[in-house]
Design a protein around this ligand. Structure first.
Ligand code: RB5
Length: 149
């Protein structure tokens, strides 16, 4: 099924962003790119890009998104400040799968400088194709949502 997926990175994640974007398009998904351009190596502040994409997802304009920086850490910290966001930093197949099964992550965070890029594509694929298990996990997400108020 074709999905609408937002993507953004800082300078430290732009090469992997390009690779992930091409991969998603090759699978037939619609990719909405919020920068930075792959050929722009200027240093930028990742919270600016995290905020832009996370607001699109948190306000329902996009169902999900992917944020990439050098480690994925900064993007995940920033994105999780936005209402309605469950951003998961993943680093292997298991965490990619569990981020959906148990956490229903609506943003996937990746680290360009710490991941094998071909494996990172597989993490994206796993996250896209896993199903949230609901039930007790929904209770826990409700408790997280209550923390926002
Ligand atoms: C940028 O140098 C780097 O700090 C950033 O990409 C990211 O890794 C932050 O968490």
């Amino acid at each position: 099924m074709s999905e609408r997926i937002g993507i953004a990175s800082d300078h430290g994640g732009r090469v992997l962003k390009e690779k992930v974007s091409q991969y998603l398009r090759s699978l037939g998904h619609q990719v909405f790119d919020y920068g930075v351009p792959v050929d722009d190596a200027d240093s930028v502040d990742y919270p600016d890009y995290a905020q832009t994409l996370a607001k699109e997802v948190g306000q329902g304009q996009l169902p999900r998104g992917i944020l990439i920086c050098g480690t994925g850490i900064g993007m995940s910290i920033a994105a999780n400040k936005i209402s309605g966001i469950r951003a998961a930093l993943v680093w292997d197949e298991f965490t990619a799968r569990m981020s959906k099964l148990h956490n229903n992550a609506n943003i996937l965070c990746l680290g360009e400088r710490v991941l094998n890029h071909d494996r990172a594509l597989e993490f994206v694929n796993i996250w896209l194709n896993s199903e949230f298990e609901g039930s007790r996990h929904q209770n826990r997400l409700d408790k997280i949502r209550a923390l926002e108020r």
